[in-house]
Design a protein around this ligand. Structure first.
Ligand code: SF4
Length: 711
């Protein structure tokens, strides 16, 4: 081997090897992260990825998903050209067409549907990725439809709803300056690896960490000073019991409560029924552990509580459980303080970076006036009042019942029906539509049920403006050309707006111009971002100032932290304005279905179904496996690796058994995202939270039996 061959084999960049290192970011998981990536490119092909040292988000590290970017981008089933369906829906029979033909035909059919049934009969939907959402929502509005929806109808947004309900704005938590941290239902090793350095540093300086989680996880094992191994879905009862202890011990921040909390007296009266014995009976916890956690939280201040974007609100009682937990920050004066939970606004693309943009105005200034209710608005009016998009959990029903009006078309970007409970029902509804368009990277099942399929490209193949916490902004440029004839989602949206001949010159002026418009009130110059290939510090980014929001009065009807929600009173008068506790289980017979299943947890090397067809990541857990308590498995005569049938009242899947002590007795967990064993088929579409519409992905009654023939 020559010296040059050795350098090339080792992928050493330089003029000799022809290997260049370019900066971009990974967009496989949620936009909060989007870790900086050093892309090694030779002859226009990505040959290696590494984390970018000095990047404000990931400081050089990548998670297993990020390391698999190369296999992800070059997957064999990337959609190469626009496609038009030629066979029955679901058959996967398509013919290749040009972009011009695709735009012309899609626009013609959308305009016909609009003329016949009204613009609201067209739903504009975004799954993953999320970066173009404000553009797609504006496209919907300029088309005349109020109906924009996204996978946020089942992920994270219920926590935004709850925070807006209580304090008028979304809120974050300040681990770096906290003395006590309640890591409530979080496991950063699997879902937030970029936070670990911050946690290690905080622990080093003495941060007390209490982890509340039914499972034993790397977080409970490596970080917890105290692990409250709680029964699934009983978090609200624990929080209310902690509230009672705080009141009984005189740990309430009286001054904050008197000035800034609405509903404390009713709350104090309600929590009286959550004495320690009852809370222990409900949660399965030891009294001394609850007392210790409460004392640390209430007296070793400042204290913060994690947001836990999904696990808490993915219960039928999740919205109120979340409010009960966050009420602790109100009664102890741990809200809007350094080291506590604190208010944040949205800078861009649902991210917070301490400066303002005109993104909200951009998204909503063409919103149709006097439009009919959006999908979900009638059934979930609290969501409708607090969230700027429809609640898509009601889509299946509206497709079937056609009330308050029929839907006729979906213009989808990254729609994966498997995000929803009983996903086959969504597919059945979609098959009745007159027009389904899917914009996607890969040929998914939903694509096969679409009339047109449009090929999108990854973050490595496009430009994007992006902000990061701490006041950073960046504008990435393509590091490789878009594969085949794929295009950025933002380009597809602009070109559709052209084909539809929409009266929206700004949207039709293209992505970069729209971003310039959104930044027009900022000191930040987009050209500065474009010139740099690393995130720049935004000059007008202002750090969080404790107490400012509180002094101004909260953006709630009472101007206070509403433990008693006046919005629930108004929009859901039959439900409870206090964060009351109700049991989490579904309605199946516990005799027949004695175990409790959770399907909401994430694998560290997958995001929903996203990485399951990538060989490197799939090889780490090739078969779908139900994690079950080892004692329960022994009772049922089930051994590790056995094929078993996991059943709920609405469905069943065939999976391997993984007996483990990490799962509590009478509980089970199935990671979602496996096509051949779709966990969401076990979740009833009626098992939803009435406040948010969120599906109860956790606390499903189930049973497990050994398959007759073990392979
Ligand atoms: S998938 Fe991993 S590497 Fe990529 S953005 Fe998310 S955390 Fe970062």
């Amino acid at each position: 081997m020559t010296e040059l061959e050795r350098l090339q084999a080792a992928k050493i960049p330089g003029p000799d090897t022809g290997i260049e290192v370019k900066h971009t970011f990974c967009s496989i998981c949620e936009p909060l992260f989007h870790c900086g990536v050093d892309a090694y490119v030779k002859d226009g092909t990505l040959i290696k990825v590494e984390g970018t040292p000095g990047h404000p988000m990931n400081r050089g590290s990548l998670c297993p998903k990020g390391h698999a970017n190369r296999q992800y981008i070059y997957r064999a089933d990337r959609i190469q050209t626009p496609l038009r369906r030629t066979g029955p829906r679901g058959s996967g029979e398509f013919e290749e067409i040009s972009w011009e033909e695709a735009y012309r035909e899609i626009a013609q059919r959308l305009n016909e549907i609009k003329a016949s049934y009204g613009p609201e009969s067209v739903l504009f939907y975004s799954g993953y990725a999320k970066w173009y959402r404000s553009f797609l929502q504006r496209l919907a509005h300029s088309f005349g439809s109020p109906n924009f929806g996204s996978e946020s109808s089942t992920c994270h947004m219920a926590t935004v709803e709850a925070w807006r309900d209580m304090v008028g704005t979304f809120s974050a938590y300040d681990v770096s300056n906290a003395a006590t941290y309640l890591a409530w239902a979080v496991n950063p090793y699997h879902s937030k690896a970029t936070q670990l350095t911050q946690l290690y540093e905080a622990k080093e300086r003495g941060l007390k960490i209490v982890v509340i989680d039914p499972r034993i996880t790397p977080t409970t094992a490596k970080l917890a000073d105290l692990h409250l191994r709680i029964r699934p879905g009983t978090d609200g009862a624990l929080a209310l019991g902690m509230g009672k202890l705080i009141i009984d011990n005189g740990w309430v921040d009286q001054e904050y409560v008197e000035k800034h909390v609405y509903g404390f007296e009713q709350y104090a009266e309600y929590v009286k029924q959550f004495d320690l014995k009852r809370v222990c009976d409900i949660t399965g916890l030891e009294a001394r552990d609850i007392e210790q956690a409460t004392e640390w939280y209430a007296t070793n201040k400042p204290s913060c509580i994690s947001q836990s974007g999904a696990p808490i609100v993915h219960h039928r009682n999740g919205y109120q459980n979340f409010r009960a937990i966050m009420s602790l920050s109100a009664i102890t004066g741990n809200y809007d303080v350094r080291g506590g939970n604190f208010p944040i606004g949205e800078t861009y693309s649902h991210q917070w970076a301490n400066f303002n943009t005109k993104e909200h105005e951009f998204t909503h200034c063409t919103k149709p006036k006097n439009a009919p209710p959006r999908v979900g608005d009638v059934r979930y009016p609290l969501w409708g009042a607090l969230i700027d998009e429809g609640q898509m959990i009601d889509l299946t029903r509206q497709l079937r019942e056609e009330t308050p009006y029929p839907m006729k078309a979906i213009m989808a970007f990254g729609l994966n029906h498997r995000m929803f409970p009983e996903p086959h029902k969504i597919l059945e509804g979609v098959d009745q539509l007159e027009l389904v368009v899917s914009t996607e990277l890969f040929m998914t099942e939903m694509c096969r049920h679409s009339d047109f399929v449009l090929p999108a490209c990854t973050s490595f193949e496009r430009e994007e403006f992006k902000v990061y916490p701490g006041g950073f902004a960046t504008y990435i440029k393509p590091v490789i050309a878009p594969l085949y004839s794929s295009k950025p989602d933002s380009t597809i949206i602009k070109e559709l707006a052209d084909a539809l001949e929409l009266d929206d010159p700004l949207l039709r002026s293209g992505y970069e111009n729209c971003v310039r418009w959104m930044l027009s009130d900022c000191v930040l110059e987009l050209d500065d971002c474009i010139r740099e290939d690393m995130p720049v510090k935004v000059p007008d980014a202002k750090p969080f100032e404790p107490g400012v929001y509180t002094a101004a009065g909260y953006n709630t009807p009472t101007g206070k932290f509403e433990i008693w929600s006046t919005r629930i009173e108004k929009y859901l008068p039959k439900l409870d304005p206090l964060p009351t506790y109700t049991p989490p289980w579904d309605d199946a017979d516990p005799e027949q279905f004695p175990l409790v299943l959770s399907v909401g947890a994430r694998l560290p090397f997958a995001l929903h179904s996203r990485m399951h067809d990538v060989p490197w990541t799939r090889s780490l857990r090739p078969d779908p496996m139900v994690d079950m308590n080892d004692g329960d498995a022994e009772e049922l005569g089930i051994r590790e690796g056995d094929w078993v049938i996991l059943e709920s009242a609405v469905g069943q899947v065939r999976v391997r058994a993984n007996p483990t002590g990490r799962i509590m007795p009478r509980c089970a967990q199935l990671y979602h995202g496996y096509k051949e064993a779709d966990a969401n088929e076990l979740v009833s579409s009626l098992h939803v939270d009435p406040y948010s519409g969120y599906p109860g992905y956790n606390c499903i009654r189930c049973r497990i039996r050994k398959e007759a023939e073990t392979l």
